[in-house]
Design a protein around this ligand. Structure first.
Ligand SMILES: Cc1cc2nc3c(=O)[nH]c(=O)nc-3n(C[C@H](O)[C@H](O)[C@H](O)COP(=O)(O)OP(=O)(O)OC[C@H]3O[C@@H](n4cnc5c(N)ncnc54)[C@H](O)[C@@H]3O)c2cc1C
Length: 481
């Protein structure tokens, strides 16, 4: 890595920001909490890609009294160095990343500064480690106030504000904030999906979810069942075999793997920007379609896995039960009487969306409006999983199930996968990250401005920078009408 060029790049970012006058001075009025002490304007929970972009975008709007927390260690935010078990991102390298419209903040500029343009040209896709390093660099170069190893445990109303109960490396702390952005990632709206037919007690000794830390060394020489055929299932199959598993059997309900990544076909500005303006019926119809067709496994992942001779895929094989069998697991398939025996099962069934299962929002659970509360689809499009998505407002804010039942919800902005039905995938995948950040920071900035209107009017009236001082027309304040 070229350190000199990396330093020059940092200087180039500083100059770009200076040329654009970013970030401007803080402007919201100083607010106090119930006990009279100062409060944060915005608490951002999650310092992954979406948290970084939202925080940067707020700073660029002059909303600077913010804090960002993440329960992970520095550099370990998000899935990239933990449960994302592919070697490179699935997306093309040309996506700008959370650059907030500034060329020097793009992944490409970061990469070229460190490894040269020839290396950029040669690069096929972005390795996970480099993407994680880029995100860490963004936190630093944007001077984001990130507190690591700090978890949001619970959020409750506190007068007009929100009280955040934190666990900071084992120490209980509290913060009061006027607005909260939950940029808590894929699992942030309901956690891992664990099918009812897989015995929960199998974990951790005989089963794990793909999102768990998995000690593949322990699985050396073992026979592994993978339940589900999505990209993460394949990444885990390849990882297990590359690290010495004897055999992997993947059980997939579908007879044919999904063929086309519709997400690629929707990653254009009109779609990403315009989705939230579509009528409810149209958004629902689209999502039902996307859910039905599903996303394919990237072809690189398929090739990587098929390079392992001990990989066996079973298409059209719905699993009925996964249960303990001595010192292993028994996998019972539909239509088969005798279960198939494995040493370990990996559950590859993705994430839930269920606002009642967000631990940090337990105090609000029954009050959050879902799509099921707001929209009744025609019978052929009824989908229980879609009905559980939160029904978000124009700035990603949660909305009340019954008007007036919990007004504080309007101050909690959910910028994660749970926003997909309301805003499409701009708050989860890389192509939309800047749009989501602009949208949530714009909404918060406008609502703080309205809330502070009285204080700001007084500030404007008191503003007295004498333009004409030194000219024959200057008049001191006490002589004016
Ligand atoms: C395996 C995998 C591969 C992916 N590959 C791609 C890809 O190639 N291209 C693409 O466009 N998208 C991809 N995605 C989708 C998406 O880009 C990622 O999920 C990305 O990480 C989303 O960023 P985020 O900031 O929303 O969430 P994350 O990166 O997950 O960050 C959320 C952060 O919130 C923190 N957090 C959560 N709860 C709390 C709490 N209570 N207190 C404190 N901190 C908390 C977590 O520690 C985490 O660091 C992938 C997703 C996965 C799971």
């Amino acid at each position: 890595m070229d350190q000199t060029s990396a330093h020059h790049h940092d200087a180039a970012v500083a100059r770009d920001l200076a040329c654009l006058g970013l970030p401007p001075d803080n402007w919201p009025a100083a607010a106090t909490g119930p006990d009279g002490t100062p409060v944060l304007d915005v608490l951002i929970v999650g310092a992954g890609m979406n948290g970084i972009a939202a925080a940067g975008s707020l700073l660029f709007r002059g909303v600077r009294n913010i804090a960002v927390i993440d329960r992970a260690d520095p550099g370990r935010e998000g899935p990239w160095l933990t449960y994302a078990r592919m070697g490179t991102l699935r997306s093309p390298k040309t996506l700008p990343g959370p650059a907030l419209g500034i060329p020097s903040l793009t992944y490409r500029a970061w990469h070229e500064a460190r490894f040269g343009t020839a290396d950029w040209e040669r690069l096929y896709k972005i390795p996970n480690e480099l993407w994680a390093a880029y995100l860490t660099w963004l936190q630093r170069v944007l001077s984001l106030p990130v507190r690591h190893r700090t978890s949001l445990v619970a959020l409750t109303p506190a007068g007009r504000h929100l009280r955040a109960r934190l666990d900071a490396a084992g120490e209980a702390q509290e913060l009061i904030a006027r607005r909260v952005i939950l940029a808590t990632g894929r699992g942030g709206t309901g956690g891992d999906a664990w099918p009812a037919f897989v015995d929960r007690d199998l974990a951790p000794q005989f089963a794990a979810h793909t999102n768990d830390p998995i000690d593949f060394e322990r699985l050396r020489g073992k026979s592994i069942a993978i339940i589900g055929g999505g990209a993460s299932g394949w990444d885990n199959a390849a990882t297990a075999l590359e690290q010495g598993a004897a055999r992997v059997d993947m059980y997939v309900r579908r007879k044919v793997l999904p063929q086309v990544n519709k997400g690629r076909g929707t990653a254009f500005p009109g779609f990403l920007q315009g989705w939230s303006a579509l009528p409810d019926a149209e958004r629902w119809r689209y999502m039902a379609y996307f859910n039905d067709v599903q996303s394919p496994v990237p072809h690189e992942t398929v090739h990587r896995t098929l390079a392992q001779p001990d990989f066996h895929i079973h298409l059209g094989c719905p699993v009925r039960a996964v249960a303990r069998d001595g010192d292993g697991v028994a996998v019972t398939l539909a239509g088969e009487a005798a279960p198939r025996r494995h040493d370990f099962a990996i559950v590859a069934t993705g994430f839930n969306v269920d606002t009642r299962a967000i631990p940090e929002l337990a105090a609000f659970a029954g009050d959050i409006a879902t799509w099921g509360d707001r929209y009744a689809p025609p019978a052929e499009l009824a989908r229980d999983d879609l009905a559980r998505f939160p029904y978000l407002g124009a700035g990603f804010e949660l909305t009340e199930r019954v008007a007036g039942c919990n007004p504080a919800l309007a101050h909690i902005h959910l910028v994660n996968h749970g926003a997909t039905l309301s805003h499409t995938a701009i708050a989860s995948d890389i192509p939309g990250v800047n749009i989501a950040a602009e949208r949530v920071s714009g909404a918060i900035s406008a609502s703080l401005f309205c809330e502070d209107a009285e204080a700001i009017r007084r500030r404007v009236e008191a503003f007295d920078e004498p333009e004409l001082q030194g000219t024959p027309f200057y008049m001191p304040p006490d002589e004016r009408d």
